[in-house]
Design a protein around this ligand. Structure first.
Ligand code: C2E
Ligand code: MG
Ligand code: MG
Length: 486
């Protein structure tokens, strides 16, 4: 919510914005700040040439949480305290403005060097993240993310909104990197944001025009090679850019509010398809469907799963919801309640890319998970994968194989102890299949068996498997005089 309604605004025209002040903090309000940024780019009324403008955004994290238990004006009180501290640091270096309920901005009309702004950002960070005391005597500690943009980082024709967008991108990057960070907007950051915007637009259109399809990678029995199910993997062939990886466009779908639509499309397609194969080939095949954390957090997520199961006729026990480990980490509570609701339906949950997160062992104790899909890095290298040292204790019993083998065995043993099945992914060669088998892992997927296949090719694979089974069955009947199932 923009806070402009609290500002004392003058007439809509003329130069009255110059006098406007925010009622809470006494700072320059957002609208006036935008005028000042524009002026810093073009020079003031042609009287002087523009300097080297820069904008620093100071984003506060934890304001809502810190003031939730307080009486109404606590948010304003906190912002006023912060503004006083920041104003002290800024001094005459720039113009300080209130941008929103949790953000302040500093405009440098002519920044001699980025170091000057960065030094200020460090001082602001240190000052604001020190405890603040409210009138109620409550001590509050905030984190601060800062983003800096200088005009030089942008196109020479950059406007005020480009400059503000650049500062916003830098703040977002700082938040993404963790708490109390300071990031600078670079041309690369702008290019990625522009590309993301373009992908989001095209993705929305592709979804509307049913331009995405689902491929199926077989999950196989690592001893006999028989197909036990399929992982549904979404594919997008962009008319200009060709194949776009889901690792690139799924996060964009999250950002653009398209993830529910995407998730539902894949889920309904995959459940219907796998149910059809299960009945045609008379084997109960599992359907593994990937979901993002944003999907999981949607209120209607479990209802959608239930509706797709009902529409497709796929038994709930044949559906596996795959969630990446990194996705569940930030919000374990939501993950826990969704997993419980899925289990109530009879649906199983797989933790994908296991071993790439930070604290896998600790949360597995409290999270009901049915399957661990060990990340490719576990079976990819013979030596210990980098991500693993943080996850698996270093004092695991060592076997006769390599350290990588020992770790794999440790994960499988750990899964077995908790009643969790362990699947291997990214199996590319026979040696990797054998290593997984030696470790006690029975099921997996990878290019060794098949790449993700269009539905027609997956059906052909099943047909081939059924033909082999029929031939074997016929031979058994001929040899023993009894049907296979007897
Ligand atoms: P994931 O769920 O871990 O899927 C496995 C990825 O490994 C797939 O990449 C697959 O094509 C690839 N792969 C399979 N076997 C091998 C192998 O032997 N070697 C190598 N090098 N790679 C192998 P893909 O399809 O590019 O998907 C990447 C990620 O995007 C997936 O990782 C999943 O997290 C996400 N994703 C894919 N489809 C969907 C979807 O429908 N919804 C959501 N939310 N995420 C999806
Ligand atoms: Mg997966
Ligand atoms: Mg995976």
């Amino acid at each position: 919510m923009r806070w402009g309604h609290k500002s004392r605004r003058g007439a809509a025209s003329g130069e009255s914005w110059r006098e406007a002040r925010d009622e809470v903090t006494g700072l320059v309000p957002y609208a006036a700040f935008v005028h000042l940024v524009a002026e810093s780019l073009t020079g003031h009324a042609g009287t002087r040439s523009a300097g080297r403008p820069a904008v620093l955004l100071v984003d506060l994290e934890g304001v809502a949480e810190a003031t939730a238990a307080e009486e109404h004006p606590a948010g304003d009180e906190l912002l006023r305290l912060v503004a006083t501290r920041v104003a002290r640091e800024v001094g005459s270096l720039g113009v300080l403005a209130r941008m929103s309920d949790h953000q302040l901005g500093v405009l440098f009309a002519d920044l001699s060097a980025p170091a000057v702004a960065l030094d200020l950002a460090y001082r602001i960070s240190a000052s604001v993240s020190a405890p603040l005391v409210l009138a109620s005597q409550r001590r509050v500690q905030l984190s601060v993310s800062c983003g800096l943009v200088t005009r030089d980082a942008l196109d020479p024709r950059a406007t005020a909104s480009d400059l503000l967008r650049g500062a916003g991108l830098a703040v977002r990057e700082a938040r993404r990197q963790g708490r109390n960070r300071i990031e600078v907007c670079t041309p690369e950051l702008v290019a990625v944001a522009d590309e993301t915007l373009a992908i989001g637009k095209d993705l929305r259109q592709a979804l509307q025009e049913k331009g995405l399809r689902v491929c199926y990678q077989p999950l196989v029995d690592l001893t006999h090679g028989s197909v036990l199910g399929f992982e549904a993997l979404v594919r997008w062939s962009h008319p200009v850019h060709g194949h776009v990886s889901p690792s690139r466009f799924v996060p964009v779908a999250e950002e653009f509010g398209l993830i529910s639509e995407l998730g539902t499309m894949v889920l309904s397609t995959a459940t219907a398809q796998v149910q059809q194969w299960s009945s045609t080939f008379r084997i109960p095949l599992d359907a593994h469907v990937n979901f993002s954390g944003v999907d999981l957090a949607q209120d209607g997520f479990v209802d959608t799963v239930e509706a797709c199961l009902e529409a497709s006729g796929l038994p709930a026990t044949q559906l596996v919801v795959e969630i990446t480990e990194a996705t569940v980490e930030p919000d374990l509570e939501t993950a826990r309640s969704r997993f419980d609701a899925l289990h109530d339906l009879g649906v199983r949950v797989a933790l994908d890319d296991f071993g790439t997160g930070r604290s896998a062992l600790s949360y597995l104790q409290s999270l009901a998970v049915d399957i661990l899909k060990v990340d490719r890095s576990y079976i990819d290298s013979v030596d210990q994968p980098a991500a693993v040292s943080a996850v698996v204790p270093s004092d695991l019993p060592s076997g006769t194989g390599t350290r990588g083998d020992d770790l794999l065995r440790g994960v499988v043993a750990f899964g077995q102890a908790l009643g969790i099945e362990v699947y291997g992914e990214g199996i590319e060669d026979e040696e990797q299949r054998l290593r997984l088998r030696r470790a006690g892992c029975d099921i997996g997927q990878g290019y060794l068996f098949a790449r993700p296949l269009p539905a027609e090719d997956a059906a052909a694979l099943l047909r081939g498997q059924a033909a082999v089974a029929d031939t074997l069955g016929a031979r058994l009947i001929a040899a023993e005089g009894t049907p296979r199932s007897a």
